[in-house]
Design a protein around this ligand. Structure first.
Ligand code: PEP
Ligand code: MG
Length: 657
């Protein structure tokens, strides 16, 4: 017996409505299937249902076979035809009172957002805001472009060194005196490092010795180094270009005897609009008064974004030249989730945003209770909701959000930030600080994941046609034991201070694990002989290549855990470059091919009794989390901003059963 209908469930059968639909179906004895485009899946499996990807307004058929088939079809069709079924109200379908609850929020008079002209930027810090525009466009600094006489060079070098010293001293004073959060302090310390770094000062001095005036030399050197960061195929490292510009600007201002335009006068709730704001300036600004940030420069991983996120300020960055359209704006509305900016909104948009700001404040307040929640599966297994971080300055935001440890510490920044290979001591210090900060939770440190697409000083990379298929991650590390052993020794030393786990990126064969184990043993023996305290750590692998998925059952016998890297796994499974917007549609983790790869991995890991986690972007998606938990994943690692919502999603799964 079967009946077809058009799905009216708001936004289709995504996670929550799918779970409810399954619950409803399970209430009947009959076998029930849902059919879409000729494909039938059991209506009693939420994973299968979600993978069927039933969207709003699509035609589906409910098929039932059994004693209560008529009733089952009746109830399930009724659910599919209810537009409110997909909405996140607390009432279960069919419960008395659900209609009243659904009717409560009066439909908004505002036109759909799509009709409002808006500027599109990078969604860098979530949340919505509306407020008076505060345009902050300090004039560009231009070098005089003066050629120095030979006898002026020594004096100009002195002037430059004095300016660097003065910028560093000012940063030191800020670090010592101001009421900075630990996160902001870390960012300023990183900027001070750049100011002191030989690559910048050395290049400037070389240009001055060649006859350039100091200001022109700083601008040129900063541009060269920033361009190196921008050329890298890694958004974390791209974001450091803005830091180099910011430091260069500070040095130039001292050389010119000028002060930066102040942010002190920003009114309460205003939206700060700028082409670029140095993290240095933003960290010292009256952040409590800033309602939102819009910038021409920057991206989701720039320091401005990190500061904005850690202070809960919505931000849209990377608008490019379009930011100039905001110079004369009076009022601005921003949507930090979608990356939208609306200039001088009309009344309906204003009402819409005001309502969303209030709703978001309520949601935030509601989510806070999940900070200290330890989410569990229905069988009581704890689901670790951990943080992805790339630097020590992100620790505070992760802890504030309620992170149960770190599921991915990307070590690339450590190697890039200082523009030379970091020493074993420096690495040990960093990993130890992380281990201590999150003990007794685990901190999963990923070994260096760098390749021809992300050149770093100290490693010579060959020219490659396809760097993403080339000498990167574990492949490069195993060929450069000098670099790899330094990192492994640092990790063994840090393991004394907490629960350090180590994972290998880009693994595609078992030999990569066994060879790493041999190196770890070698390092441990050396440390022992040297009398250096150290401890063993769990070794795991990222599952991010199709090869790793296909050998997962064998791989699972060799390692302590899997962590699924959906960002790379999606691009390699779909053969669709994750950085190429032309194939962005294919680069979709919900594609059945990718979801099947995840399921295969989970099955292999769970079957072997090892922990299976996920650290790709998909781990923080509330619409997918139920599917991942149902597959057997027990650890999800994500950006701090997603943690409380993820905990809520998991908690809701247990109560909905
Ligand atoms: C991934 O590939 O999913 C991942 C987490 O690593 P990255 O984004 O650093 O490549
Ligand atoms: Mg990856």
């Amino acid at each position: 017996m079967e009946r077809s209908t058009i799905v009216r469930v708001h936004e289709g059968l995504h996670a929550r409505p799918a779970t409810r639909f399954v619950k409803l179906a399970k209430g009947f004895e009959s076998d029930v299937e849902l059919v879409k485009d000729g494909k039938a899946v059991s209506a009693k499996s939420s994973v299968k249902l979600m993978l069927l990807a039933v969207k709003e307004n699509q035609e589906v058929t409910v098929r039932a076979n059994g004693a209560d088939a008529i009733e089952a079809i009746e109830a399930l069709i009724g659910y599919l035809e209810n537009p409110r079924a997909g909405l996140d109200d607390e009432n279960e379908p069919g419960e008395a009172g659900s209609e009243t609850a659904a009717a409560a929020p009066a439909p908004e008079a505002a036109p759909p957002a799509a009709e409002i002209p808006k500027l599109q930027g990078v969604a860098a810090s979530e949340g919505v805001a509306i407020g008076p525009a505060f345009a902050h466009f300090p004039p560009e600094i231009e070098g005089p472009g003066r050629r120095l006489q030979a006898d002026e060079i020594e004096g100009e070098l002195e002037r430059f060194r004095g300016a660097v010293a003065s910028v560093q001293a000012r940063m030191d004073r800020t670090l010592a005196e101001n009421n900075l959060s630990a996160g902001d302090r870390g960012i300023i310390a990183a900027l001070r490092d750049i100011a002191a770094d030989d690559s910048l000062t050395g290049e400037v001095e070389r240009l001055i010795k060649g006859g350039d005036d100091a200001v022109s030399a700083v601008i040129a050197a900063a541009a060269t180094i920033a361009a190196d960061f921008s050329a890298v195929d890694d958004h974390y490292l791209n974001a450091r270009a803005d830091d180099v510009h910011a430091v260069g600007r500070q040095i130039c201002l001292v050389l010119l005897g000028q002060d930066e335009l102040s942010l002190e006068t920003i009114p309460q709730g205003a939206i700060l609009i700028a082409d670029d704001i140095g993290a240095w300036d933003l960290a010292r600004a009256p952040l409590k008064r800033i309602g939102g940030v819009v910038c021409g420069h920057g991206g989701a991983t720039s320091h401005i974004a990190i500061i904005a996120r850690s202070h809960g300020i919505p931000a849209v960055l990377g608008l490019g030249d379009k930011v100039n359209e905001l110079r004369t704006a009076r009022e601005v509305a921003i949507d930090g989730n979608a990356g939208h900016v609306i200039v001088d909104p009309d009344q309906a948009t204003r009402a819409d945003f005001t309502r969303r700001v209030e709703a978001a404040a309520q949601e935030r307040a509601g989510l806070k209770v999940f900070k200290s929640v330890t989410p569990t599966r229905a069988d009581g297994t704890v689901i670790e909701v951990a943080a992805n971080i790339g630097s020590l300055e992100e620790i505070e935001a992760a802890q504030e959000a309620g992170a149960m440890g770190v599921g991915l510490f990307r070590t690339e920044l450590l190697f890039m930030r200082h523009m030379h290979l970091p020493s074993e001591d420096m690495q040990a210090e960093t990993y130890s600080a992380l281990a201590k900060a999150f003990a007794p939770h685990s901190v999963i440190v990923r070994t260096l994941d760098i390749g021809g697409d992300k050149p770093i000083a100290g490693i010579e990379f060959p020219d490659e046609e396809n760097p993403f298929l080339g000498w990167r991650g574990i492949r490069m590390c195993l060929d450069r034991p000098d670099i790899f052993k330094r990192q492994l020794r640092a990790l063994l030393r840090a393991a004394v201070h907490g629960n350090i786990k180590v994972m290998l990126p880009m693994v595609s064969e078992i030999a990569e694990v066994t060879r790493t184990r041999a190196l770890v043993a070698e390092c441990a023996a050396e440390l022992k002989a040297e009398g250096v305290p150290h401890a063993d750590f769990d070794l795991g692998v990222m599952i991010e290549t199709p090869a790793a998925v296909l050998i997962a059952p064998a791989l699972a016998k060799e390692v302590a855990f899997f962590s699924i890297g959906t960002n790379d796994l999606t691009q390699y499974i779909m053969a669709a470059d994750r950085l190429n917007p032309t194939v962005a549609k294919l680069n979709d983790v919900t594609n059945p091919a990718v979801m099947s790869a995840i399921e295969l991995t989970a099955k292999a890991g769970v079957g072997a009794g090892i922990m299976v986690g996920m650290c790709g972007e998909a781990a923080g998606r509330p619409d997918l989390i139920p599917a991942f938990i149902n597959m057997g994943l027990t650890e999800l690692s994500m950006s701090a901003a997603s943690i409380q919502r993820a905990k809520k999603t998991i908690a809701a799964m247990t109560t909905e059963r």
